[in-house]
Design a protein around this ligand. Structure first.
Ligand SMILES: Cc1ncc(COP(=O)(O)O)c(C=O)c1O
Length: 400
């Protein structure tokens, strides 16, 4: 009898965590490494949010909370969806989880049966297919192209849907490409989804507040109210409020689905940390001044990175609308010989040679299902980004 579950054979470890780990190990050995692998803001959580958590501790908010979240936070979430997305949800239609990650997991766990398919555009956030597989479903990948700025076309979405499709996962702005869909681009997709009433939509709006220039964020149930009854709108405080470690994510959707997710959570974590929930109440209800300030900083970094990468031989880097990632192509380097003498055959070779040669840690595109590309997280200082891009330019110039 095997000790480990068969389900484990269906998943692989996170490539993004692996890259961060490798960078840490090299640093520990004394190498000068710039890590551009991590997907978290480098800013500290704003003081008003920290203070709310401290106050919650002092008030003794240290007990189990209702499984789906404290009423104050569920009310704040419903108000956020109304205020920012024009979506009407009652607090009972919302649920709080231990990060957006757990919300997604609960949604799949609550709905997935063997043979169910989940349509996932590539490049995708690494956890989507693994979560689907762990819950017994089948990921169905639909490729986007760099020419179409990594955005799914209506035609390709339509072709990917079968009678077995249970969910379509939508993520805009995207991790890893940074691509964000305008209202009209999204409408083209929601028109397709209206033709397939058996398909549910899981929209991961985690990077909603990180869009640049005059780009206007849109979410499926807002663009097409006809999809409201089969859409789970997921979001969280990790990226917008620099709260990755607090582990608070949330979602809103049809009551029956929320109740099913509550049931799973009740047998799993009993709900998110009480103190972090009070911090999230302040994040959603308190001042939002922090958001535009950070956006400005991220936008400057994006422009710097895009411009410097496009000056590297063999690299092509589109300028994405949002998140804090760029997803350049390294196609021009494939077939060349790195300074170590190794021939670069894949994007994985490219990133590993770059790390060896110049100490810059990035994640290969094939980990996100589309290459030859690589992902850079620009959630770090301009000085470090400039130095990292100089090293990438030097590495590319040295490849023969
Ligand atoms: C697209 C996307 N969704 C969800 C998450 C999960 O966020 P958290 O669990 O920190 O709320 C992440 C984190 O990297 C992400 O990039």
């Amino acid at each position: 009898m095997a000790f480990l579950a068969d389900a484990l054979s269906r998943v692989k470890p996170s490539a993004t965590i692996a890259v961060s780990q490798k960078a840490r190990e090299l640093k520990a050995k004394g190498r000068d490494v710039i890590g551009l692998g991590a997907g978290e803001p480098d800013f500290d959580t704003p003081d008003n949010i920290k203070d709310a958590a401290i106050e919650a501790i002092k008030r003794g908010e240290t007990k189990y909370t209702p499984v789906s979240g404290i009423p104050e936070l569920r009310k704040a979430i419903a108000a956020k969806f109304k205020r920012e997305n024009g979506l009407d949800y009652t607090p009972e239609q919302t649920i709080v989880g231990t990060g957006g990650k757990q919300i997604l997991f609960n949604a799949f766990m609550a709905t997935m049966n063997a043979g169910d398919e989940v349509v996932i555009p590539t490049p995708y956030w690494v956890s989507y297919p693994e979560m689907v597989s762990l819950c017994g479903g089948t990921p169905v990948f639909v490729a986007t192209t760099q020419e179409n700025k990594f955005k799914l076309t209506a035609e390709d979405l339509d072709k990917a849907i079968t009678p077995k499709t249970k969910w379509f996962i939508f993520n805009s702005p995207s991790n890893p490409s940074g691509a964000a869909y305008t209202h009209d681009e999204l409408k083209a997709l929601t028109d397709v989804l209206m033709k397939h009433p058996h398909v549910w939509i899981l929209t991961d709006d985690m990077y909603e507040h990180l869009t640049y220039g005059d780009f206007k964020f849109a979410t499926p149930a807002e663009v097409e109210p006809g999809l409201y009854e089969r859409t789970l709108t997921m979001n969280g405080v990790s990226k917008a409020y620099a709260m990755t470690g607090w582990r608070i994510g949330y979602a809103a959707g049809p009551l029956a689905l929320i109740k099913a997710m509550d049931m799973i959570q009740g047998q799993q974590t009993s709900g998110a940390c009480s103190i972090a929930q009070w911090a999230a109440v302040e994040a959603l209800n308190g001042t939002q001044d922090f958001i535009p300030e950070n956006k400005k900083i991220f936008e400057g970094r994006r422009d710097l990175v895009v411009s410097m990468l496009n000056q590297a031989v063999g690299i092509e880097c589109p300028s994405p609308e949002g998140a804090f990632y760029v997803y350049p192509s390294c196609k021009g380097l494939i077939g060349k010989t790195a300074p170590s003498g190794k021939v670069i055959e894949t994007d994985e070779d490219f990133v590993s040679e770059l790390l060896e040669s110049e100490g810059v840690a990035v994640v290969h595109g094939s980990a996100f299902g589309l290459g030859p590309n690589f992902r850079i997280s620009y959630a770090t200082s301009e000085d470090l980004l400039e130095e990292a891009c100089k090293r990438i330019q030097r590495f590319c110039a040295a490849c023969r």
